[in-house]
Design a protein around this ligand. Structure first.
Ligand code: ADP
Ligand code: MG
Length: 247
């Protein structure tokens, strides 16, 4: 077995035993003061759909940033797809991130580019051949319900449509994991539901989906796994869970 195959085998075994995402006693301290995360252990298996809920400041975005290697932990280990994330060399971070789609509350689209270009851009930076881009972009835009809007600029779109573009951009490179940090935070209830239903469909087609949200009604209705955070620790983790009322 080559060294590369051996490494892959070890990664697969890690995923098998601990999940596609595995936080092992993770702490994050930004500065003097209470840690943002304090001994978080969490396993997420391939194919799961997980909501992460909790008060503002409870550490949800910090957790997402650790998965993306935007941050490294102060203590403990973060494993994503069998990689010890802190140990990924800088030059390999872009390749690592290709397997992670990310969506934010504020869409973060390129304002001077149209819908098609916003999505195609994600493929161009990883040097996908033009021919494939011309096939992939329309396909993913159809999936998110935006066929026929290719030429619109972000400001000509509703919030819900902008978030669909962001979702298409996150998915076009076919990531194994989709991370969404309050994706419906700027949307009305109808658009929030539509985005969450899309996330569910994406999950049903095989992508592991992690969604940070404050949307109590949707969480209670969708009956998914719910991880609740409070002051940097996980206070509950329930299959088919509910949004727990703050005391
Ligand atoms: P949430 O997403 O649940 O609202 P965050 O992960 O953003 O929580 O923040 C958790 C804690 O860490 C908060 O107390 C916040 O003020 C602090 N924090 C977050 N980012 C930084 C930063 N870059 N520098 C210092 N403190 C931070
Ligand atoms: Mg946050």
């Amino acid at each position: 077995m080559s060294r590369k195959e051996e490494k892959r085998r070890i990664r697969e075994q890690m995923i098998e035993e601990n999940g596609l995402i595995y936080l092992d006693g993770v702490s994050k301290v930004y500065s003097a003061g209470a840690p943002a995360l304090n001994g978080v252990t969490l396993h997420i298996n391939r194919g799961e759909f997980v909501f992460i809920v909790g008060d503002s400041g409870s550490g949800k975005s910090t957790l997402i940033k650790l998965l993306l290697r935007e941050l490294t932990p102060s203590g403990g280990k973060v494993w994503v797809m069998g990689h010890d994330v802190a140990k990924i060399p800088h030059r390999k971070i872009p390749k690592f991130r290709r397997n992670l789609g990310i969506v934010f509350q504020d869409f973060r689209l390129l304002k001077d580019r149209n819908v098609y270009e916003n999505v195609a851009f994600a493929q161009r930076i990883i040097e996908v051949p033009s021919k494939e881009i011309r096939r992939n972009v329309p396909s993913i835009l159809a999936t998110v319900g935006l066929a026929g809007k290719y030429k619109a600029k972000p400001k000509q779109l509703s919030g819900g449509e902008q978030q669909r573009v962001a979702l298409a951009r996150a998915l076009v490179n076919r990531p194994s994991i989709l991370l969404a940090d309050e994706p419906t935070g700027n949307l009305d209830p109808k658009n929030s539901w539509e985005i969450m239903k899309l996330l569910e469909e994406i999950n049903e087609s095989g992508t592991t989906v992690v969604v940070v949200t404050h949307n109590r009604e949707i969480v209670n209705d969708m009956r998914k796994r719910v991880v609740t955070m409070k002051k940097g620790v996980i206070v509950s983790d329930e299959e088919e869970g509910e949004y727990i009322d703050e005391d």
